[in-house]
Each structure stands twice: as structure tokens, then as C-alpha cells.
Design a protein around this ligand. Structure first.
Ligand code: PA5
Length: 467
């Protein structure tokens, strides 16, 4: 991809403004003027964080050695039929989003010859019914397992790991186990790193300065992606191109600043605190789920950076066009004026399905004949945007040239950079997750982990196990 020109994704925020929506219904020039000094301060702060190496996301596309990921992926493609990813929170949705966007639809159902790599199963929960069903499904197959936990301590992932480790070791013996188990974790700390060192297992690094939900462009997302045949160089080239745009100080030239500022202002100045991401492409359905985790966990905070209790944070919602036009859209059109709808449109689809000119005598159907399904989906998106705009509902549009690796790389970087910038505007730390940490500790307490007895005592008796 190096040297190839990347077709840029585009952001259009016109329908966030009162000029488009009507007086009082959107942002005004005054809102923009008032936020300028704060935006400039946040920019300076982010530049300082980048220089100090505390904020790495912009550098990942260029300054990452993808050699180890590619080597492991090549080996797995040659030797296994199935890859299972174990992880939760930020460790899982990136791989799912990449697979859904960049592998052919119904990837796992395709015959081996039509797939570029093994089937991929991402297990992001510990529901025993699902987990047992997966173990049944994998019986008799050549399987590799990628355990992803930056901390190496998350109860859900570690429990999954222990189940799988025990089985694989019994079935394969220690030598083959080393080929089939890949641990992705912090380079030096945590239990997974310790186990990798003690047992000589293959381990890939999550850079310490990259938090779980920002880690899709590290081995966390890249190993599963490369193993199923996704062009990770093209993905990173796209992300790199967007990182360059997102390093500029001017919000007009920097799409992450424009996106972050528009959404922050919509919430803080106009009470539009529900931020819906609605792609019009099945391939981006899981991208919306990835965004929801990123936006919620990064911006939903009790305290601001100075320790003041603020309880801020927009509520993200993942939707899908046109499917959710027939469910959520009614609420977005006529419900409370508390939402921004972010459309994700795609200029060209990979396949074309023509709608034949049948039923010509039936007026209610004949108009469809001669179009194709992609055009219908695009028309649905355009119409919904026009309807929301006419109803005075704030919306913005992100247009991707295609659902391909360079565009998806750009979109991932755009949202990560916008989230970090929005964190600055909300004056919260977008990289921590103290609320998540507390529930982890309470779980340890309930399950009797030494050192967490005090946390067990904090769970009221009527909220514990009955027996
Ligand atoms: O974004 C985050 O930091 C979290 O969602 C974590 O990814 C999640 O809690 C899992 O943590 P770990 O990767 O340490 O197992």
C-alpha cells in the first residue's frame, strides 16, 4: 500500500447547525466561537501527551513492527482450521468489527477453499451455554487460541483461558500447545505474561500506553485480522492517513476535532446526549458496536480531571440502516430532542444485485425494478437523513468510499482521535475506566480472590449468591 493514494473518508457536519435545522435546534456561530479557546487548550495538551509518549494511538500505524503479528498469522493460516479469540471489553470488539467489515459475509460458513484463513470465533463472554457449544463445535478440528488481556487479570478472560488451556494441554501435549496458544498482553506485567514466560508460549505485546478500547490497531486486533487474511498494511495505511489529518490544530482541517467538538457541543450546549451511529452497510454493523464501547467507556465519568464530581458522558447507541428505520427511527424522528444521529454511508459496495423489472403492472412495486439493492440502501439513507433534517433533528454524515481496509482504518482512527479530543472537552480522562475497575474487583471479592475480601463485604447480602 505504501505510496498508494488513500481515498479519504469525508465528514459532513452541516446538519448539526441551526442554519440547516432551524433556530434553536442546532449549533450556532456563537457556540463555535465560545468553544475555540477550550479546543485550542485541549489540542496543546494532546500534543504534549503525544510528545511524552502518554498518547500513542496516532503513532501506531507508522511506528509499529507488524513482523511478529504477520509471522504468527502466516503460521496459523497454514496449520489451523479455527482461531478462537478469548477477550472482553476492549480486547474483543475490534477483531469482530474487522472481521465483519473486511472478510466476506458469512465468512465462517464458507468452505475452506473460499476463505483466506481459519474460521474465527471471538468469545467475549462467559455464558456457559455459548462456551460449551463452541467447545463442542471445535471437537476434532485443528484449533488455535489467542488469549487477549492487557492486564492479564480479567476474571472472564482468565476463566476462559483456564478451561481452554487445560483441554488443549491434555489433547495436544505441551509441545503442540506452544504452537496453538498465543497470548496477547502487556509486555512485562500481569499473569498472562508470567505464564507465557514460564511455559515458553508465544506472546504478543499490547503497548503499555494503549488502553484496551484503543487497541484494535495493535496485535489485539491485528493478529486475528491478519490470520483471517485481512490486509493489515492497507488497514494501517488508512489509519495513518487519518492520523495525519487528526494531528492538525485547526478543527476545520481535523475531522476528529470537528466530530468530537460537534458531539460535545450537541450534548453540553443543547442536551443532545444520545449519540447514535447508524451505518448503512452490514459490514459496518459491528463497527457501530465497537464505537459504542469506545465512546461509553471513555467519556462516561464521575469525576473530571480536577477531581470535581461531574457525572458526564453521552450515551452511545449502535444502529443499522436500513434495518433500524423500522424500529428505532420512529423514536429518533418524534421522541425527545436528545439525540444526534451519525450516518455512515458507503459510496460503492463490493457486489451488485439488480432488482429485476417484474410486476410491472403493480405501481407499488414497479418503481423498484431496474434499480439495485445497493442503490436502494443508499436511497434509504439519504431519505432518512433528509427526514431527520426536516424534523429539526441533529445529524452528521461520515462517507466511506467503500467498506475496505483503507477506509475502515481511517474510520477507526477518526473515532479514536475524536474520543480523546472529546475527553479533553469534557475535561475527563478518556483513557481510564475506574467504574469498570470497581466491578472487576467486586467480582474478585465474590469469587474469593485473596486480597479482595473487603470488596466482597461491599456487596450487600441480598445481592450475592443464594447458596
Ligand atoms: O478499554 C478497556 O480498558 C477495557 O474495556 C478492557 O479492555 C477490559 O476491561 C478488559 O481488560 P483486559 O484487556 O485487561 O482483560
Amino acid at each position: 500500500m505504501a505510496g498508494n493514494k488513500i481515498a479519504p473518508i469525508r465528514l459532513d457536519v452541516r446538519h448539526m447547525f441551526a442554519a440547516s435545522l432551524g433556530r434553536g435546534l442546532g449549533l450556532s456561530a456563537g457556540h463555535l466561537e465560545r468553544i475555540k479557546p477550550l479546543a485550542a487548550t485541549v489540542h496543546d495538551d494532546l500534543v504534549r501527551q503525544r510528545r511524552r509518549g502518554e498518547l500513542l494511538i496516532h503513532r501506531l500505524p507508522q511506528q509499529q513492527d507488524t513482523g511478529p503479528v504477520k509471522r504468527v498469522a502466516r503460521r496459523l493460516r497454514r496449520t489451523v482450521q479455527d482461531l478462537v479469540v478469548l477477550g472482553i471489553g476492549g480486547s474483543a470488539p475490534g477483531a469482530v468489527a474487522l472481521q465483519t467489515a473486511l472478510c466476506p459475509p458469512f465468512y465462517n460458513l464458507l468452505p475452506d477453499a473460499k476463505r483466506k484463513g481459519p474460521r474465527l470465533f471471538v468469545m467475549d463472554n462467559v455464558d456457559p451455554d455459548t462456551f460449551a457449544a463452541l467447545l463442542d463445535l471445535l471437537r476434532g478440528r485443528e484449533v488455535a487460541v489467542n488469549v487477549i488481556s492487557k492486564s492479564g487479570g480479567t476474571a472472564e478472560t482468565m476463566a476462559q483461558f483456564m478451561v481452554v488451556y487445560h483441554r488443549l494441554k491434555r489433547q495436544l501435549g505441551p509441545d503442540k500447545l506452544r504452537e496453538r496458544l498465543i497470548l496477547t498482553t502487556d509486555p512485562s506485567s500481569g499473569n498472562l505474561r508470567r505464564i507465557a514466560q514460564e511455559e515458553g508460549l508465544t506472546a504478543l505485546d499490547v503497548p503499555p500506553a494503549v488502553g484496551g478500547r484503543y487497541s484494535v490497531l495493535t496485535p489485539v486486533g491485528l493478529l486475528p485480522a491478519a490470520t483471517v487474511g485481512i490486509d493489515i498494511d492497507a488497514l494501517l495505511s488508512g489509519a495513518g492517513a487519518m492520523a495525519r489529518r487528526c494531528s492538525k490544530a485547526d478543527p476545520v482541517a481535523n475531522p476528529a476535532y470537528a466530530l468530537g467538538a460537534a458531539l460535545h457541543l450537541a450534548d453540553a450546549a443543547l442536551g443532545r446526549r444520545v449519540h447514535v451511529l447508524m451505518p448503512y452497510a452490514d459490514g459496518l454493523r459491528q463497527f457501530a458496536a465497537w464505537y459504542a464501547q469506545l465512546w461509553a467507556e471513555s467519556l462516561g465519568k464521575r469525576y473530571d480531571r480536577s477531581g470535581r464530581e461531574v457525572n458526564v458522558g453521552p450515551t452511545p447507541v449502535a444502529a443499522l440502516g436500513a434495518t433500524d428505520q423500522h424500529s428505532q427511527l420512529q423514536l429518533y424522528m418524534e421522541g425527545p430532542l436528545d439525540k444526534v444521529v451519525m450516518f455512515m454511508f458507503v459510496e460503492s459496495f463490493r457486489r451488485k444485485v439488480a432488482i429485476p423489472k417484474v410486476f410491472r403492472a403493480i405501481d407499488g412495486l414497479s418503481y423498484l425494478g431496474g434499480h439495485d439493492l445497493g442503490r436502494l440502501l443508499q436511497a434509504e439513507g439519504f431519505a432518512t437523513r433528509a427526514a431527520l433534517t426536516q424534523a429539526g433533528r441533529m445529524n452528521l454524515t461520515i462517507t466511506l468510499p467503500a467498506v475496505d481496509a483503507p477506509s475502515v482504518g481511517q474510520a477507526l482512527m477518526l473515532f479514536e482521535a475524536a474520543t480523546v479530543f472529546a475527553g479533553g472537552l469534557y475535561a475527563v480522562n478518556p483513557l481510564d475506566q475506574p467504574g469498570v475497575e470497581l466491578s472487576k474487583k467486586l467480582t474478585y471479592g465474590l469469587l474469593g480472590r485473596p486480597g479482595f475480601e473487603d470488596y466482597a463485604a461491599r456487596v450487600p447480602t441480598d445481592m450475592r449468591f443464594k447458596n
